[in-house]
Design a binder for this molecule. Structure first.
Ligand SMILES: N[C@@H](CCC[C@H](N)C(=O)O)C(=O)O
Length: 266
């Protein structure tokens, strides 16, 4: 039997497994089976906390389709709560410094990558106004914050069919590693509403890296001019970024319950 914690950041939910003592062989099929909301435990992402030679802990991230990915902002905020103290976390996207704050955490998410081949895109183009469009959504921005994001700034998001466009854009050959698809609308001064179709997980209640990428895109497009409030279906994040610097993400982290499971059954 193995123990796990159910946690979430703004409703983006996780099964978090402590793999620091017991090693657990995580395959794509097993991660997918655990994340399954009908036949498994159910979550948007499966998180494995392990030992690290370079940081306090390591974090591996698996989407609900079983794919292993580089970054997850909401899960990163859960790690100080899971471990019980401020932590330096080794991820595939680099070392992330996460500090607990009242009700959540504040994380240095590192510097964004803005070059076309770092997103990655299939061929060279301007990432600030990509010369492509999907239906009524033209000229998105591409940003990599450890994982790949494309951001559409919409005049009015109410008419956008996220469930149809999301998977279509996620799997477009323009994005050789697939992509997280962000639909954003500026709704006030330094305030953005955001819906994210996540690569490998679909529509979620919130995406921390999506909020970071969207704030970076909005600063580059001069749509915001300072710390930016990002309102997702699950609630708000505060994102701070200035060109040349690191992204700071601050927001809630919640522990729901602890459970036990027989991993051999998955
Ligand atoms: N929910 C996450 C992002 C999880 C990974 C993403 N779906 C990807 O494939 O890159 C977040 O809060 O950032």
């Amino acid at each position: 039997m193995g123990r796990f914690s159910k946690m979430h950041g703004l409703g983006n939910d996780f099964v978090v497994i402590d793999a620091r003592e017991a090693t657990l062989d995580m395959t794509q099929a097993r991660a997918q089976a655990i994340a399954d909301r009908h036949a498994g435990i159910g979550c948007d992402q499966l998180i494995l906390i392990g030992q690290s030679d370079r940081a306090d802990v390591s974090m591996r991230i698996f989407n609900s389709d079983g794919s292993e990915v580089e970054a997850c902002g909401n899960a990163t905020r859960c790690v100080p709560l899971f471990v019980g103290r401020d932590v330096l976390i080794e991820t595939k996207a680099g070392l992330l410094d996460a500090k607990g704050v009242e009700g959540g955490a504040s994380v240095d998410m590192g510097q964004p990558r803005l070059e076309w081949d770092a997103i990655p895109l299939a061929y060279a183009m301007d990432t600030l106004a990509m010369p492509v469009s999907w239906e009524d959504l033209p000229a998105p921005v591409a940003v990599n914050v450890g994982n790949p994001h494309v951001i559409f700034f919409c005049d009015d998001m109410n008419g956008v069919n996220f469930e149809r466009l999301g998977p279509m854009i996620e799997t477009d050959p323009l994005f050789p590693a697939r992509v997280n698809v962000n639909f954003a609308q500026v709704v006030g001064e330094n305030h953005i509403r955001l819906i994210v179709w996540e690569r490998g997980a679909g529509l979620t209640r919130a995406c921390g890296t999506g909020a970071c990428a969207t704030a970076v895109a909005a600063v580059r497009r001069k749509l915001v001019s300072g710390p930016t409030r990002i309102t997702l279906p699950g609630g708000d994040l505060l994102i701070e970024w200035a060109p040349g610097g690191s992204i700071r993400m601050t927001g809630p982290a919640t522990h729901v319950f602890d459970g036990e499971a027989d991993w051999a059954r998955f």
